[in-house]
Design a protein around this ligand. Structure first.
Ligand SMILES: [Zn+2]
Length: 377
C-alpha cells in the first residue's frame, strides 16, 4: 500500500462530481489528489472524524484586490474564515490596473485567485459608502482593445470578462457596456460574468445578450429585475435562458440576494448553478459575511446539502472550464475544505433585511491547498 504525502482521515467526504457521500479518507501526493478510500496511509495525517470534507470550495464571486481598490478584502483572511481554496475576483481590476493585482495580490496569495477582467479600464474604482460611481456609466471608460490584450496575456489567471450593467453600474449606458464586453469575450473565446442591478436595463434585455456558458450573477435578486414573478412563478425568459445554457450564480453581496426570491425559485425547482458570496468591504461584515454563511442560508431554505456543495465545487469549476478544480478525482488539484455542520438556532439576514431562523450552520475547520494543511482562524 502506497504511503501518501498527506491524508485527511475519517471525515464525511462529499464530492458531488463523483457522487461520493460517505465516511472515507482523502490522500494527497505531489500537491494533487491521490485517492479517496479507506485505511489510507500518509506521512502526515489529520483526523477529521465528525467533519465534512469537500473538494476545495470555489467562491465564484469575490473582490480581493486588497489595497488596490476600495472594495477589496484580504484574500488569505477571507479564505481561511470560509474554507475557500479558490476565489474568483470578478471585475475589481480592469486592463488599466490588472498588472498591480497580479503582482501585488494574486502572486502572493496562497489560496488560488483567478479573475474576470472588467471591460471598464480601471475596474470598480469608486465603490464605498460615500463615493459610488459605476464603472460602466461612461462609455469613455470602455476598453475592449486593452481588455483583449491584457486578458490574452494572462490566460493562466484570467478566466473571462466581467461587465456590470444596471441603473447603479451603467447609468445612462444601459446594455451598451454588455454589448462591448461581449465583443471582447468573443474575440478572446472567453465567457462573461454579467452583473445586474436595477433597471435599466431589464433582466430580459440582459439575458437576451448572453451566450451559453456566460454567467449571470446576482441571479436571485430582490424586486426589480428579479427572476421570480409576484404570483410565485419563474419568469419565462429566465427558464428559456437556463435552457440555452446560461449559468445562474448567486453573488449575495450587499444588495443582491433575497430570501423571498430564493423561496419562490426553489419551490419551482430552480436551484442556482453556483452559490457565491460577493464579499467586499461593504458586505463582509454582513449581510453576506462569507461563502459558508451564504451556503448555510441555502441549506436552511431547504436546498439539499449535496447540491449546495455542488454549487460551490463542481459547478463553478465547470463555469470556469477548470476541470481540475472542485473535485477529488485523481490528479485534481490537491485542495480540500474541512467543515463542521452544526445544529441549533441561527439568525440569518438577506440583503433587504429579512431575517430567517435556521437550524443549520456550516463553519470552517480548516483547508488543504496543494496538499498542505491550513488552520481555520
Ligand atoms: Zn461583485
Amino acid at each position: 500500500m502506497p504511503v501518501h504525502d498527506f491524508v485527511l482521515r475519517g471525515g464525511r467526504v462529499i464530492d458531488p462530481s463523483q457522487g461520493i457521500d460517505r465516511v472515507a479518507d482523502v490522500a494527497f501526493t505531489d500537491g494533487q489528489v491521490a485517492m479517496v478510500g479507506e485505511g489510507l496511509k500518509g506521512r502526515t495525517e489529520r483526523d477529521v472524524a465528525g467533519n465534512i470534507v469537500t473538494p476545495g470550495l470555489i467562491d465564484l464571486h469575490t473582490h480581493v484586490y486588497d489595497g488596490g481598490t476600495s472594495l477589496g478584502v484580504n484574500p488569505e483572511a477571507f479564505a481561511r474564515r470560509s474554507a475557500v481554496t479558490t476565489m474568483i475576483d470578478t471585475g475589481s481590476a480592469g486592463p488599466g490596473n490588472f498588472a498591480g493585482f497580479r503582482d501585488h495580490v494574486i502572486k502572493r496569495s496562497k489560496p488560488r485567485i483567478l479573475a474576470y477582467l472588467n471591460i471598464s479600464f480601471a475596474g470598480i474604482y469608486a465603490f464605498s459608502k460615500r463615493v459610488s460611481v459605476g464603472e460602466s456609466g461612461d462609455h469613455r471608460l470602455m476598453a475592449p482593445i486593452d481588455t483583449v490584450d491584457v486578458a490574452d496575456k494572462n490566460r493562466d489567471v484570467i478566466v473571462g470578462i466581467k461587465v456590470r450593467v444596471g441603473r447603479n453600474a451603467s447609468g445612462e449606458q444601459g446594455v451598451i457596456p454588455l454589448q462591448i464586453a461581449r465583443q471582447a469575450a468573443e474575440r478572446l473565446g472567453m465567457s462573461m460574468m454579467v452583473h445586474i442591478d436595477e433597471p435599466p436595463p431589464t433582466l430580459d434585455e440582459v439575458l437576451a445578450l448572453m451566450r451559453p456558458g456566460d454567467v449571470l450573477t446576482h441571479c436571485f435578486r430582490p424586486f426589480p429585475n428579479t427572476p421570480a414573478t409576484a404570483d410565485g412563478k419563474v419568469e419565462p425568459y429566465v427558464l428559456a435562458a437556463r435552457e440555452r445554457g446560461i449559468i445562474f450564480d448567486i453573488g449575495h453581496g450587499m444588495g443582491s440576494f433575497a430570501f423571498r426570491t430564493a423561496r419562490t425559485m426553489l419551490e419551482r425547482e430552480f436551484m442556482p448553478d453556483c452559490i457565491s458570496s460577493d464579499v467586499h468591504t461593504l458586505s463582509i461584515e454582513g449581510p453576506a459575511f462569507d461563502l459558508l454563511t451564504t451556503m448555510s442560508k441555502f441549506i436552511c431554505l431547504g436546498m439539499p446539502m449535496n447540491e449546495v456543495i455542488r454549487a460551490a465545487t463542481e459547478n463553478p469549476a465547470n463555469a470556469l472550464k477548470r476541470p481540475e478544480l472542485g473535485t477529488f478525482r485523481q490528479g485534481g488539484v490537491g485542495d480540500a475544505s474541512v467543515l463542521s455542520l452544526d445544529d441549533g438556532k441561527f439568525d440569518y439576514v438577506d440583503a433587504v433585511g429579512e431575517h430567517l431562523e435556521g437550524k443549520s450552520r456550516l463553519s470552517a475547520r480548516g483547508l488543504v491547498i496543494g496538499g498542505e494543511w491550513l488552520d481555520a482562524p
